[in-house]
Unconditional design. Structure first.
Length: 154
């Protein structure tokens, strides 16, 4: 005679199967908010920018929660880390197709550049094989290029 488990037929209230989402971790409102911020952003974001936007959904979220969830999402390859020399890492959705970046020297924001100049193999030394590339453009973004309206004395 088989004895049923005392928990048989009862769903685990804090970890339903449908909510196991990232690396075997239970889905949370915080992670969902962080993922939504990154997915809807048109540019790579710093953790502080992610926190500010995610707090609109989950007010009590802290920066440690953002970092912990960014690691989980990156390990699960749901987001990509954008690393620029001398800069803190930024994060973007892994759903983006191959693209490059533009960093504004005025405001330090980073933007996606969807064009690619193409094959860099011809730039490599003879006998070398190129298997990937990254390209970052630097300059001034449209917001920083637009002069601020002047106040007129009345």
């Amino acid at each position: 005679m088989n004895k049923a488990s005392p928990h048989a037929g009862h769903a685990h209230a804090d970890a339903p199967a449908a909510e196991v989402a990232v690396g075997g971790q239970r889905a949370t409102r915080q992670r969902s908010a962080i993922r939504a911020v990154i997915d809807r952003s048109a540019r790579p974001l710093l953790p502080a920018e992610i926190l500010e936007d995610a707090q609109r959904e989950v007010e009590a979220m802290g920066i440690a929660t953002v970092y912990r969830n960014l690691k989980l999402l990156a390990d699960a390859q749901e987001i990509r880390i954008v690393e620029l020399p001398g800069e803190a890492p930024r994060y973007e959705s892994a759903r983006h197709a191959h693209h490059h970046h533009f960093q504004c020297r005025q405001c330090a924001r980073v933007f996606d550049v969807h064009q690619c100049p193409g094959d860099f193999a011809s730039l490599a030394p003879k006998g070398f094989r190129v298997d990937a590339h990254e390209l970052t453009l630097y300059g001034t973004c449209a917001d920083c290029s637009t002069p601020a309206p002047r106040k007129t004395a009345a």
